[in-house]
Design a protein around this ligand. Sequence first.
Ligand SMILES: Nc1ncnc2c1ncn2[C@@H]1O[C@H](COP(=O)(O)OP(=O)(O)OP(=O)(O)O)[C@@H](O)[C@H]1O
Length: 260
Amino acid sequence: MNGSPGDGPVIVVDDVTLGYGDRVVQQHLTFEVRRGEVFVILGVSGSGKSTLLKNMIGLCEPMRGKVSIDGTNVVTARGEERARLLRQFGVMYQSGALFGSMTLLENVRLPLDEFTELHSDEKDLVALAKLNQVGIRAAAWKTPAEVSGGMKKRAAIARAMALDPFLLFLDEPSSGLDPITSAGLDALIRFLSMDFGITFVVVTHELQSTYAIADRCVLLDARTKTIIAEGKPADLRDHSEDPTVRRFFRREADPQGGVP
Ligand SMILES: Nc1ncnc2c1ncn2[C@@H]1O[C@H](COP(=O)(O)OP(=O)(O)OP(=O)(O)O)[C@@H](O)[C@H]1O
């Protein structure tokens, strides 16, 4: 189990406004991610999902408000505290970003090379164990070009798990995948959540995936620039009092051409 020491929420997003330069992309975002859950950030293209993820991992600084992971402010943490914070979570970016000249094993080893003093054989063993966890151990000595899109995503997840984080951020994990491969990835996320207790924050606009994996979600609205729904996706689909929210979760177009 990748348990975390503290109790209470893993992530606290407290009245966050985010954007680029003077341009606000989302504002007044307040929510918590609970330990062990699969939490999905939903919204149409351009609503600010990836920007929110970048603010949650400290890659961008919110214009206002704060984000903390296990009680540590992701922007202000320095020194030892920052090093500890960075080891607590792994990230899979939208592009996957595996190094094409390296094998999958070498790709998964990279964080171990950078952040641990393990012996080379031990690093190989850990990397193989991670590839095994995501179901592609047999492809360890292949390069990214030699494996399918779904296997590349799995390798990128294995790399994000290399340092045994208790929290994983995935940006659009099913982008570019066919529905069957995408469903396989959904099953992997559920498996890692249930069997290893990993908390997931997943950015997606795929409703089918959301229903398959999410314990809870938030829906970012591009028009009002804030969260318009939070909860279990099926509950929001069936019981939300906001017609915009119900339409989004039923995948219906807005007759007036609004967003979503
Ligand atoms: N580096 C940047 N500099 C300036 N503006 C940006 C930058 N990155 C994104 N944006 C803008 O911020 C807004 C939100 O983009 P973001 O990528 O966060 O949305 P998204 O919901 O993740 O979209 P998608 O589903 O298409 O990935 C968009 O209008 C985008 O053009």
